[in-house]
Design a protein around this ligand. Sequence first.
Ligand code: APR
Length: 242
Amino acid sequence: MFSPTLIERLKTARSVAVLTGAGVSAESGIPTFRGESGLWKKFRPEELANFNAFMANPELVWEWYNWRRKLISEVKPNPGHFALAQLEQLKPEFVLITQNVDNLHHLAGNEKVYELHGNIMRSRCVDCNKIITNLNPEITTKIPRCACGGLLRPDVVWFGEMLPAHVIELAFQAARESEVFLTVGTSAQVQPAASLPIEALRNGAYVVEINFEPTVISHVVDESILGKSGEVLPQLINMLKN
Ligand code: APR
């Protein structure tokens, strides 16, 4: 499954960067977005994942995010998450760049995590921008409000919104400086995250895709490994340790 080049490059690399998407949490029981039973097959992002829709109907949007928070609060990281936490221990310069808002990389033990799309367990005030992290998953009030009276929204990046500038800059820097770049469980269709593997490639990294099915970048990366990340990643870490 793994080429001698990958093992050699990963063994000798000091700086490793990993990009993850919804696929890495699929084996924990969290639906992906564009897969067979993906969220966007059932729900309309224009109704639920954008600012105007939220301001037009915050109750509906909170109902949906409450459902997702409850679902996420009931699942655990899977072997794929734990393998990436191990990789961070093995590599002096390691960065995990995630599109996921489910907090599972943190729960698995990763520390150097760049959350490109925010974190569903945090809320932010639309007026004073205050971040609230201790809101329990089960939000009782239909429309939660900040102490300043402003509406609280999930602290995630919605369609049409800019990503946090400092986080995306750090992510591109990590891609540029990486010797090995893994892209795991993402369809690589959403920008700017989808450009990170290309940025790494352009700067000489050995870029490897681990995904359940081929993606739009499978033909440009150095190696594309098809499989479930919860199975492939632990094997890769074992190879690395031997
Ligand atoms: N292991 C590895 N890959 C998997 C697994 C698995 N167990 N299960 C599914 N996949 C793959 C799918 O084949 C698909 O290519 O994960 C990918 C998930 O792609 P998307 O559903 O498009 O999710 P993602 O790439 O993370 O979406 C990016 O889009 O909707 C927005 O903000 C949202 O962060 C999200 C962004």
